[in-house]
Design a protein around this ligand. Structure first.
Ligand code: DC
Length: 220
């Protein structure tokens, strides 16, 4: 069984937030610091979008994916860079609206919950996938900061990017992710909302680790 209670004692840290809020970097660093497993749930939606099949629900149910040392292997092929493009991100946000597709990915996401613990990032980690997470963080940053960060990331990778177009796409994607009927982007009622606009990655990671230690000690 892979429901939320299949490993009730394995702690989960859920990090949700809008596009380019830095949640992926923060979540993977927090996972490394704690020696926990890491789930980048957005990659699953990106993989389905990348496949671009006529039946995305079936594609989601049958995904043959392995996460290996930061690389994402789809049916034996390394597709890490292919699924990181803005175009695939935008299409992922489209397919993510389909309730049956989200359902098809649920057990797969919950199966990542294995000892000694899991850090999971996405849009609905704290609200739907791991509602019993010991710590839920909703990571935000101003739209301007997020667009500038994403622009820098792309330019650093040698990918041409236009800041104004990027800002527009991010705003559209956030609006779509927040407006959908199923598992919309929103903080869980018991999430700690963290605005990273004026913080470094290290500062955010430290804050997450500090909150987790306090939770574990029953202090917060
Ligand atoms: O985190 P990301 O930018 O890689 O996610 C790409 C898209 O996938 C995002 O715009 C919406 C969707 N997504 C989702 O609906 N639920 C998640 N838990 C993660 C991603």
């Amino acid at each position: 069984m892979t429901g939320p209670d299949s490993h009730p004692r394995v702690p989960v840290i859920a990090i949700d937030g809008p596009t380019a809020s830095g949640k992926g970097t923060v979540a993977s660093r927090a996972a490394a610091a704690l020696d926990f497993h890491y789930l980048e749930s957005g990659a699953l939606y990106r993989l389905v979008a990348y496949l671009g099949g006529s039946d995305p629900v079936r594609d989601a149910a049958g995904l043959d994916v392995a996460f290996r040392d930061g690389s994402i292997i789809l049916s034996g092929q390394d597709v890490t860079d292919h699924i990181r493009t803005e175009a695939v991100g935008n299409r992922a946000s489209e397919v993510a609206k389909i309730p049956q597709l989200r359902g098809a990915l649920l057990a797969r996401q919950r199966a990542f919950r294995r000892p000694p613990g899991l850090v999971a990032d996405g849009r609905d980690m704290g609200t739907v996938v791991f509602p019993d997470a010991v710590l839920k963080v909703f990571l935000t940053a101003s739209a301007e900061v997020r667009a500038t960060r994403r622009h820098k990331q792309l330019i650093d990778k040698g990918i041409h990017a236009n800041l104004a177009a990027l800002s527009r796409d991010l705003a559209e994607r956030d609006a779509r992710d927040a407006a959908r009927a199923v598992a919309p982007l929103r903080p869980a009622g018991d999430a700690v909302v963290l605005d990273s606009s004026a913080l470094t990655v290290d500062e955010v990671v430290d804050k997450v680790l500090m909150l987790f230690r306090k939770r574990n000690a029953g202090l917060a």
